[in-house]
Structure formats: structure tokens, C-alpha cells
Design a protein around this ligand. Structure first.
Ligand code: ZN
Length: 301
């Protein structure tokens, strides 16, 4: 029977936000079944209305998607760059978690999900007495923009999400890359979690001039300049770029609110495209249903 999971005990980390440059401390704590992942801004007083500083990781709270994914609650309280932690939670099948942070943006750490995976594994997973409910795709849901396309498709033969991501960049250091992967805790931890975020030095300079990327460095970003990766040690995978894009997809799709059973197929995906797809899913309730896996139904009889 596939049960919901939280962590067995609290874990802490700290670091800078890649865009704000703000130093943030984070405490991840266990949460009850059916709670979901909820961010709590401990630097914002919770006085005006109970729960003002709580921001559930749900598509209903989707905020900005420029360069990273942000959430904003009804009181207007935000948390930015949530996708690498949400990817780790979705990848490791941790459904319920409180994430307290004392700043506006999650720390970027090494630019991948690997530090979050290590922390969550260090905390340990604890099974809870409630079944995991799958979001099963029944009909294709597709979004197309000027720069890319993404779709969720039915996959009746599987309870997993299988991801198929193609990226194409003019710069030959990246070029065209395709990756197909069924998402399990093992494939996530091994094949996606270590892949770091990336950028071109020229974009980084432009971003900094616009007040973004204040915390970006070679310690948390693969940087490309003059036709090569300038980080000491080079890449972690030959196709680290496609892997990181897929990691971002896993984090963004976590905002659906449960594990997806289906196929995700995308060309040139990004945070904005993934946010459009999450919204399209919410707007097409006939195209999916929430279900407990068959063995859970059998166990419940
Ligand atoms: Zn990312």
C-alpha cells in the first residue's frame, strides 16, 4: 500500500537566495497526513490574520515564474525559488512538510536538489496512515507558447510519471538534448537531483544589472562563457542541462498537489510554461481524476 510520508524529525540548513542574495535559515519539520508542503515565513509576524505567513505549495498560490517559481498567499506574502526543494519532496515521495524560513527566498545551496535530498534522507522518511492519492491523467492537457510546448498525457499502464524533455540552445555547449525518465525516488536521487542550474555569463551580468541573480556564483550555477563551462570540475553529467530542466519540471509539477500518473512531454520547458500547464490542468477537471492506487482500495475493503 502506498502511504503518505513526512520526515521523522526536523532538519536545518542555511544559505543565500540566488536572486535576492538574502541569507536565509530554513527549518524543515514533520507535518500531519493530508497537510501537504507548506512554507512558513518566520520573519513575518502572523498578527493580522491567523495564517498570514503560511504559504501552501499549491498551484492556487502560483506567483511569479520569471527565472524561478514563486508562491504568494492571499495576504500577499511570498516565497521565491521553491522548485528545487519541491522537486526533492516530490522525487523522494515526501508529501507532508513544514518549511520554515526567515527570508523571502529559499537558499540555492549548490544550485541542484542534491543538498535537499541529503537533508531529507538525513531526517528520515516516516510513513503515515493515509494513502497517497494519485492525480491520474485521463485526457491530454497541452500548452503551447512562442518558445516551447508541454503536455500531460494519459499512461494507463503505469502509476508513475514518465518525463520526456527536449531542450535546444543555439550555444553548442548545450545544443539539443533529450532525456526520458520514469520518476521514482531512485531515479530522482541518482539521475536528476545532482543536476545544477545553469546560465550564460552574459545573461548573468544583465540579470545582476536588473537586481536579480545577486546570490549567483560558480558555487551554485553552471556558467557558460566563450563556448565553454568555466566552473572548475566541469559538468556533473554530459547532459546536466536537460537533467536540470527536468528537475525543475518535477518541482513545478509538485504544485498540482499530488503525484501524477501519466506522461509529461515537453520541448524547451521553463517555469512559465510549467505554470501554464499546472493552470491548464486545474481548468480541465474532466482531464484527470484523483485516485488511490489499486492496492490501497483492496487494502481498504
Ligand atoms: Zn532550477
Amino acid at each position: 500500500m502506498r502511504l503518505q510520508h513526512t520526515i521523522a524529525g526536523p532538519v536545518l540548513c542555511a544559505g543565500v537566495g540566488v536572486h535576492s542574495g538574502a541569507h536565509v535559515r530554513v527549518a524543515m519539520k514533520p507535518a500531519p497526513a493530508n497537510h501537504g508542503v507548506v512554507f512558513v515565513r518566520s520573519d513575518i509576524p502572523d498578527t493580522a490574520k491567523s495564517g498570514d505567513n503560511r504559504i501552501p505549495a499549491s498551484g492556487a498560490n502560483l506567483g511569479g515564474t520569471h527565472l524561478a517559481t514563486s508562491l504568494r498567499n492571499e495576504a500577499g506574502v511570498e516565497v521565491a525559488t521553491i522548485e528545487h526543494l519541491l522537486a526533492a519532496c516530490a522525487g523522494l515521495e515526501i508529501d507532508n512538510l513544514v518549511v520554515e524560513l526567515d527570508g523571502p527566498e529559499m537558499p540555492i545551496l549548490d544550485g541542484s536538489s542534491a543538498p535537499f535530498v541529503r537533508l531529507l534522507e538525513q531526517a528520515g522518511r516516516r510513513a503515515q496512515s493515509a494513502p497517497r492519492r494519485l492525480v491520474r491523467i485521463l485526457e491530454p492537457i497541452e500548452v503551447v507558447t512562442d518558445y516551447g510546448r508541454a503536455a500531460l498525457l494519459p499512461d494507463p499502464a503505469s502509476d508513475l510519471l514518465t518525463l520526456d524533455v527536449t531542450i535546444s540552445y543555439r550555444d553548442p555547449v548545450i545544443g539539443a538534448q533529450n532525456l526520458v525518465l520514469p520518476l521514482t525516488p531512485e531515479t530522482f536521487a541518482r539521475d536528476l537531483a545532482p543536476a545544477r542550474t545553469f546560465g550564460f555569463m552574459s545573461d548573468l551580468e544583465r540579470m545582476r544589472a536588473a537586481g536579480r541573480g545577486q546570490g549567483a556564483s560558480l558555487d551554485n550555477c553552471v556558467v557558460i562563457e566563450d563556448g565553454r563551462v568555466i566552473n572548475e570540475g566541469g559538468l556533473r553529467f554530459a547532459d546536466e542541462f536537460a537533467r536540470h530542466k527536468m528537475l525543475d519540471v518535477v518541482g513545478d509539477l509538485a504544485l498540482v498537489g499530488g503525484p501524477i500518473a501519466g506522461r509529461y512531454l515537453a520541448e524547451r520547458p521553463g517555469h512559465a510554461l510549467n505554470a501554464l500547464l499546472v493552470r491548464a490542468l486545474f481548468e480541465a477537471p474532466h482531464a484527470w481524476r484523483v485516485e488511490a492506487p489499486a492496492e490501497d482500495l483492496a487494502a481498504a475493503v
